[in-house]
Structures are given as structure tokens and as C-alpha cells.
Design a binder for this molecule. Structure first.
Ligand code: MLT
Length: 254
């Protein structure tokens, strides 16, 4: 079973971390969310204290491990919110286990797949990580994740704690993820979309495109914030997720 921590009271909300990080990235949100939600913070397979995937890596395998955790916790339905790669996993969750969703949060993420160049660079990075370890992605990413330079050493240490096996699996899963844009128009549950306007890793346009399709989604763009809204602007990010509890309705009123 996935490693996790749990805190708070209310409707269950699973927060799915991004690459190559772990559940601790969500901790700044807890004071704002725990009065409203039963917050569950898993480590994705191969990250933090969770064992690596035993199957070929794809987003559905990460989502299946989340479902295993929710089964073990006897939670038939929950809100799920994902950051970046966690968003890719959350979208796979919506595709495979949509009936288990109370609502979906999409933070600094996208429904589009990798362009061929990005896919090739993921495989090149995976090969380098196999030789040199997590330091490869720590060097490449730790200064780009947050617009706040004070976060860089914290993120670097966090990345260095992750296992190369977990990092390599996630790189392959991200490279092979399908285009889930066609899925978005089927969402009838509450959705919250959050993006920092200074995100250097995933352009804010990716969230705008999702909002155009999911017209009932709560949508928050946060000026001056990079790829880590939960660390850089926790109150604003939590405020957007609280919107899941006061949903707008899809246009046809379902
Ligand atoms: C993440 O933050 O999870 C990743 O940077 C996402 C990606 O590389 O596509």
C-alpha cells in the first residue's frame, strides 16, 4: 500500500504530488484545508516512502495504486487534486475510476501529452539518472520549480531523497501518457483549476485550455507564482481547492 499521512475533518481530499517530489510539498496547505477536508497525502509509487511500481510504468498504474489506498481506507468516493505529474495521475484516475470522484483539482498541470522532443528528452534524462542518480534531476529542476529562490535548496534536498528507480519510472510514464483532452468535456463533477502565471515548466495556457472545455470549473491564475502554488501561495491555492465544496454546475445543470 502507498505510504500516506492524513489530517483534518470533512470530505476526503487526496492531494497527489508532482515529479520528482513527495507528499511533503503539500504541507503548507494543511492549515487552510484541514478545517474543511479529511486530507490524505500519499507518496506516489516509487516516491517518498512508497514502494516502486511493480508493473510497467504508466499513469493508470499510479492511479490504480491510489485506488488501492482509498480501498484500504474504506473511502468509496473522494475529492482528488493533483499537482503537475500528480495532475496527470488524477486525470488517469478520472478516466479509469470517475465514479469514485467527488471532484477534481488540477494544479499547474495539463491534459495534453508530450511533444516528440519532450518525450525524447525524458528518455535521455532517464538514461542519465540510471547512471548518475537523482542529482541529474535535482540539478535540472530545483531552481526552475518555484519562482521564489528560497525554495530551491528545499526542493533540491527533496529531489535528492527520491529513488532513481522511482524517478526513471515516472519519466517513462510521463513520456507515454496519452492526450486526455477529449475526457475533459465529460466532467460533471466539481473541478478547480489553478496555475501560477510565472510557471516556467507548464505554461498557464494549458490550464486556460482546460477551463475553456470544463466551463463550470473554478479557475484561479495566481500572478508572480511559478510551478509550486502550494508552496509559493498556499492560501490562494487552498482557497481554489475549497471551491470544490461550492461547485458551479455544468451548463446543462447536471
Ligand atoms: C512535475 O512537476 O510533475 C513535472 O515537471 C511535470 C512534467 O515534467 O511534465
Amino acid at each position: 500500500m502507498l505510504a500516506y499521512t492524513r489530517q483534518g475533518c470533512g470530505a476526503p481530499l487526496v492531494l497527489v504530488h508532482g515529479f520528482p517530489l513527495d507528499h511533503t510539498t503539500w504541507e503548507p496547505l494543511l492549515p487552510y484545508l484541514t478545517p474543511h477536508f479529511d486530507v490524505i497525502l500519499p507518496d506516489l509509487s516509487g516516491f517518498g516512502d512508497s514502494a516502486a511500481l511493480e508493473t510497467a510504468p504508466d499513469m493508470e498504474a499510479y492511479a490504480a495504486a491510489l485506488v488501492g489506498l482509498l480501498d484500504a481506507l474504506q473511502l468509496p468516493q473522494s475529492f482528488v487534486a493533483g499537482h503537475s505529474m500528480g495532475g496527470y495521475v488524477s486525470l488517469a484516475f478520472a478516466r479509469c475510476y470517475g465514479q469514485r470522484l467527488l471532484g477534481l483539482g488540477l494544479i499547474a498541470t495539463q491534459a495534453l501529452p508530450d511533444i516528440p522532443e519532450r518525450k525524447a528528452s525524458r528518455y535521455a534524462t532517464a538514461a542519465q539518472v540510471a547512471e548518475q542518480g537523482a542529482v541529474v534531476v535535482a540539478d535540472a529542476m530545483s531552481t526552475k520549480l518555484s519562482a521564489n529562490p528560497a525554495h530551491a535548496p528545499i526542493l533540491r534536498n527533496l529531489i535528492l531523497r527520491q529513488s532513481p528507480i522511482g524517478i526513471i519510472a515516472a519519466l517513462k510514464a510521463m513520456a507515454e501518457r496519452p492526450d486526455l483532452t477529449p475526457l475533459l468535456s465529460s466532467f460533471t463533477f466539481p473541478v478547480a483549476i489553478v496555475h501560477g502565471l510565472a510557471d516556467d515548466l507548464i505554461p498557464p495556457d494549458r490550464s486556460r485550455e482546460m477551463k475553456t472545455i470544463i466551463s463550470h470549473a473554478h479557475f484561479a491564475e495566481i500572478p508572480g507564482i511559478g510551478h509550486m502554488p502550494m508552496m509559493e501561495a498556499p492560501q490562494a491555492a487552498a482557497g481554489a481547492l475549497k471551491g470544490l465544496l461550492a461547485p458551479g454546475l455544468p451548463k446543462d445543470g447536471r
